[in-house]
Design a protein around this ligand. Structure first.
Ligand code: ADP
Ligand code: ZN
Length: 725
């Protein structure tokens, strides 16, 4: 087998698929396959498994046979390859014998590079199947959704077992098995069943860095969802609801508010279901309200948000459903509305009469779901740890990490709680004390207690508020708890100081974020142009009867609307434009961009699109190359232009300009004190320490208040980072 340099593989990736970079383990997986070895690749959904065999298929001399279980997905893949000018076809049970014969003929003539075969199409009599394969002279076997071969997996398909003898019959042909199934037992089983014990295994992280996770209290949900969607009318999203009736109600409420939404569930007739699915694929319907039945066969890459109107039954479901957002790698939101009421409803739902074992497992999974929603910690860390992956306690892109903490004065409440503990003789647990404080009429509270002055002095607060106060006071060491099954609250030295009124009690609380606080991406693209480009894509997709994202992914439209390529050479620098697509669709997009640029007197900014080697986030300590975009900013700064002016003139966001200059401060090229006084630097340093983290600006800004700008904070933080390293 020929050896391909990394450089050549990059060129091939751009030429055939238009992508600039490999993702996750794509590159090592591809190198291993091309060296003739068997591989097992484990990547999360949306990680980009297909490229792992599609690129080798283009470089190997013969045909690549792909076994794939879902007919809908298979069609989608073939369409998207065809859109790139690649000869691909599939064989499945929905085709007529004539159609199938035609495809087989083409394959035998060597006119097809990738042939997708549904497992049920593999004849039971394997001899004839292998004869057929032998005539095709395959270069590579790809087994997609490889967990289907394992009875340990969640989706066992007996037909997959027929693949066991592939390797025996074609020992020199490499096999690549791909799955998103993470557990070890299944992985071992796959390798063993496929007869590829020597396969190199590549496991990618399951973290979906471009998905932002949010959990919100469930109140006035539909109103909140509508507000959220109104701000992103051009974007596509899925709203999951628990019941079929729920999907219909929510969809019609949204429609009444002028949102183009449709509902989807397994009770609809099949024609209506495929109509809705297709309209969604083509961006004709932007919002789908669905039960979890929706999504199985959906491979839409530009889903920008997934909203859970109801709490999912377990973390596996949550991960899978939220995972349908952002398969194209762009920033996407996952928003979950949480209420205890949902948990109670679900408890009944997952309880199966007469099956205590299964019920216990489901209830345990539900408890973990509840914990996820209730806990005060980084959502991503919880999610990753649930799936057995270590993760730091700060991600910067979940509601917990992004939300500011606020200090609330709880002195009076604390005193009320502590005196209740004293009056009742330090013999009761939190539950009883809260009932007592709230003046509960329950018989559990003896008459003698009902006569105490502290009885009912906490009526003004809800039970949940008191629970929170007790938890926080305990965490802060203001009250003690006895050990044992029924812990009793007791005073300690700190409590006594509080009771005497000698010290205030400040508790830390996460500021409740509203759903419409969810930040929108910094906008540097041309909104009007983006709309027009979407229109072009939509028309092309209509004409060719393919989903819009098959023409081009969202990211390509965003890049065009940001960098305004004005000729073919410039256009080819846009991600998603392989040579074939640039030739086929380039003109349609270029015309619109050129017209828009002329009408608004704009010029191309393609030079701002950093070349491949510098586009990766540059650490603070690396020196920008001379002549780079950083130096342009530096030069303008030295000419005495303000950051706002530079941003305006260069068409960059202010934060980009700030981060450019910050690099030169880190470098020592610019002096930090030409940007702020030593006092300010000192205050920011303290606030950074107090906020306990080093990436997000907002917590630091919240501590410092209005006399500090984000720009100053960003610059100071870059400076501190460089000092540390
Ligand atoms: P998976 O099968 O792992 O769920 P896919 O192979 O369908 O994922 O890829 C998901 C999306 O990511 C597709 O739209 C695909 O075109 C895109 N993609 C894959 N690799 C890259 C890459 N290197 N750069 C940009 N986009 C990519
Ligand atoms: Zn986080």
């Amino acid at each position: 087998m020929p050896v391909y340099s990394t450089e050549r593989l990059h060129l091939a990736l751009k030429h055939f698929f238009g992508y600039d970079e490999f993702r996750l383990n794509q590159l090592p997986v591809i190198e291993t396959v091309l060296a003739g070895n068997d591989v097992m690749g484990i990547m999360p959904t949306g990680g980009g498994k297909s490229i792992c065999y599609q690129l080798p298929a283009m470089l190997l001399p013969g045909i690549t046979i792909v076994i794939s279980p879902l007919i809908a997905l298979m069609k989608d893949q073939v369409d998207s390859l065809t859109a790139n000018g690649i000869h691909a076809a599939c064989l499945n049970s929905t085709q007529s014998p004539d159609e199938q014969r035609l495809i087989i003929e083409e394959a035998e003539k060597g006119n097809i590079k990738l042939l997708y075969i549904a497992p049920e199409r593999i004849p039971a009599n394997s001899a004839s199947f292998f004869d057929f394969l032998r005539r095709l002279n395959p270069s590579l076997f790809a087994v997609d959704e490889a967990h289907c071969i394992s009875s340990w997996g969640h989706d066992f398909r007996p037909e997959y077992l027929k693949l066991a003898v592939l390797k025996q019959n074609f020992p020199p042909v490499p096999v690549i098995a791909l799955t998103a199934s993470a557990d070890k037992v299944t992985q071992d089983d796959i390798v063993q069943k496929l007869g590829i014990p020597g396969a190199k295994v590549f496991i990618s992280s399951f973290n979906r860095a471009n998905i932002y996770y949010y959990i919100r209290q469930k109140q006035n949900v539909v109103g909140k969802i509508a507000d959220y969607i109104m701000k992103r009318k051009e974007e596509c999203g899925i709203i999951y609801a628990l019941s079929r009736a729920g999907t219909e109600e929510i969809a019609s409420a949204l429609k009444a508010m002028g949102i183009n939404a449709a509902h989807y569930h397994a009770g609809l007739d099949p024609r209506e279901r495929s109509r809705v699915q297709e309209a969604f694929q083509k961006d004709d319907i932007r919002v789908i309200v669905a039960t979890i039945a929706f999504g199985m066969g959906i491979d839409k890459s530009n889903v920008r948000y997934v909203i859970h109107h109801d709490v999912p039954k377990n973390m596996e479901g949550y991960y899978q459903e939220t995972g349908r957002a952002g398969r194209d790698g762009l920033k996407s939101d996952a928003i979950l509305f949480y209420s205890r009421g949902d948990i109670i409803k679900l408890k009944k739902f997952v309880t199966i009469e007469g099956n205590t074992e299964q019920t216990a497992v489901s209830l345990q999974k539900l408890r973990q779901m509840e914990q996820f929603c209730e806990s005060d910690r980084c959502r991503r860390q919880y999610l990753m740890q649930y799936f057995g992956e270590a993760f730091p306690d700060y991600c910067g892109t979940c509601d917990y990490c992004m939300s500011a903490l606020e200090q609330v004065d709880a002195t009076v409440d604390a005193q009320k709680l502590l005196s209740a503990i004293v009056r009742t003789g330090e013999r009761y647990g939190a539950g009883y004390l809260i009932d007592f404080l709230r003046g509960s009429a329950s018989e559990k509270i003896p008459a003698a207690h009902k006569e105490l002055k502290t009885y009912g002095i906490g009526k003004d607060r809800k039970k949940e508020e008191w629970e929170w106060i007790v938890k926080q006071m305990f965490n802060s060491g203001y009250v003690d708890k006895s050990a044992g099954e029924y812990p009793v609250l007791k005073l300690n030295d700190k409590s006594r100081v509080i009771l005497k009124g000698e010290t205030p009690v400040m508790l830390t609380k996460q500021k409740e974020q509203r759903i419409d606080d969810i930040d929108e991406e910094e906008v540097s693209y041309d909104d009007q142009l983006l709309k027009e480009l979407r229109g072009v894509r939509h028309d092309l997709a209509d004409r060719e009867h393919v989903p819009a994202y098959n023409i081009l992914p969202d990211n390509s439209l965003l890049e065009m609307a940001s960098y305004l390529p004005l000729n073919f050479d410039e256009l080819k620098q846009v991600s998603g434009f392989g040579d074939y697509k640039a030739g086929k669709y380039g003109m349609a997009f270029l015309q619109v961009i050129q017209r828009h640029a002329r009408a608004n007197n704009l010029s191309s900014k393609i030079h701002l699109k950093a070349p491949k080697s510098t586009r990766k986030a540059t650490p603070a300590t690396t020196k920008p190359k001379s002549g780079s975009t950083f130096h342009v900013t530096l030069a303008m700064h030295k000419e005495g232009r303000s950051m706002d002016e530079i941003a305006e003139e260069r068409g960059l966001s202010l934060s980009t300009v700030e981060s450019h200059l910050a690099k030169f401060i880190a470098d020592g090229e610019l002096d930090i004190f030409s940007f702020m006084s030593p006092e300010k630097l000192n205050a920011i340093t303290n606030a950074v320490k107090a906020s306990g983290q080093q990436i997000a600006l907002r917590p630091v800004k919240d501590i410092l208040g209005d006399s500090y700008t984000y720009g100053e904070i960003r610059i100071a933080m870059e400076y501190l980072k460089s000092e540390q390293s």
